[in-house]
Design a protein around this ligand. Sequence first.
Ligand SMILES: C[S@@+](CC[C@H](N)C(=O)[O-])C[C@H]1O[C@@H](n2cnc3c(N)ncnc32)[C@H](O)[C@@H]1O
Length: 384
Amino acid sequence: MGATNGSPCLPFSISVSPHSGRSYHATRKLSAGTCVLDVATPYTCTLYKRFRNEVCAECWKYDGGRRHFLTCREYGEEAGLSFCDEHCRDAWLEREGHELIELLKTLEAVRRRTKGKAKATDPKVPVELTKEAIECAWEKIDKQQERPKALRRWHDVQLDDFEADMARYVLVALYHYARELADIAKTPLQQAASSAFGAHWSNFADLQSNEMHLVAKFPELLENHIKIFQVLRSRFNPVNGASPVLLRLADVVTTPNVRIALGVDPGNSFGIWEAPVTEESEGLGFGIYPIPSFFNHREWPQLNLYYAITNEACPDCTPNVRKDRDGRRMRFITTRDVDAGDELCISYGHVEDMTWQQRQQELKEGWFFECRCSRCEAEKEAQN
Ligand SMILES: C[S@@+](CC[C@H](N)C(=O)[O-])C[C@H]1O[C@@H](n2cnc3c(N)ncnc32)[C@H](O)[C@@H]1O
C-alpha cells in the first residue's frame, strides 16, 4: 500500500467478505470529492496494435486517429512506441529504461505480418475444457521446455495481433518483476522510477485470477496462452554478458508467472478509453493497477430524475468512488460523503440502464461473478 502516491496514510483498509472477496472500507469520514487513491502508472499495460501509431505511449493522448501531435516516432516502427514529443518519450524512458525498447522490438518481430490466424503448434484444443485438461496442457508444456529441440521449434512460433498484444502486456509485467529482483534501483532517481508503478509483482500476483473461468468459456484461448509462453520462453534467453535484468527476466518467464499475468487480466484490468469517456469512446488498450483492483463493483441506480432535480444525495446503493484518468495516472475520488466503515465501490462498466437479469448476465459473462451489491440484492429480493 505504501507504494501508492498521494496521501502517505490511505483513508481505507481492506476486509474480506464471503460473497465478494476483498474490499476497501473507509477508516474515517470522507467528504465528497476526496481523492482516496492516486496511482501514477499501471504495473503493466498494452495499447492495441491498431491504435499503436495513433496514441502516445506515455500519456495515452488520442485524437480520433489523427497522428499530427505524435512528433516522436523513432521507436514507432520496430518497438511500437510513438510519443507526443521528447518530454513524453523521456518520461517513458526514465521510468521503463532503454532495455524495454529492445525487448519490445524482439517481441514485435514475432508478430505475424500477414493477415489471418497464425498456425497452431500443437493439436487443436478440445471444445470443452475442464480444470484438469488445462493443468494437463500446461504440464506438457513444462516438460517440453526442458528439451532444447522444443525451444528451437518454439523460436519459429509467430503471434497474431491479439496474441502479440497480450504477450506485450505479459512481457512488461515480467520485465518489471525482473527489475525488482535485480534490484537495479540504486540511485534515488531510479528508486523513484521503480516505485512509480504503485505496486510490485507480489501485489500483481495477489490479484484474483480468472484464468479457469476464462479458458473454460473460451477454450481456444488455451492455445493463445500457450503460444505466448512459447514465444517468451524461446525468445528471451540471455546471451553471455547480459544485464542483471535480462538474466532475471529469463528466470521469471515460467509457466506459473505467465499464467498469473494472463489470469489477472480478465476481472482486474482497467480499460484505457479514449477521453473524455462517452458511449462512442474507443478502447485503446488496458492496464493493471494492482492497488485499485480491490475496489469492488456497485451498480448505479437507473437514472433517477428525483435526485437529479432536487440535488439531494443519492441513496446508499450507488458507487461512492469514481475513477478519473489523467494520462496514465488514475485517481479515485469520492462522489459523495462517506461514513467511516462504508465500503468504497466503483462501477465496473456501463450496465446501469439494464434490468437486474441483464446486469447479472453481463457481469457474469464479462467479469465472471454474480453481483451482490446492495442494488442487485434489493432488486433480486423484489423479484422473489
Ligand atoms: C477487481 S476484483 C475486486 C477485488 C476482489 N474482491 C478480490 O478479492 O480480489 C473483481 C472481483 O471482485 C468480486 N466482486 C466485485 N464486486 C462484486 C459485487 N458487487 N458482488 C460480488 N462480487 C464482487 C468478484 O469476484 C470480481 O470478480
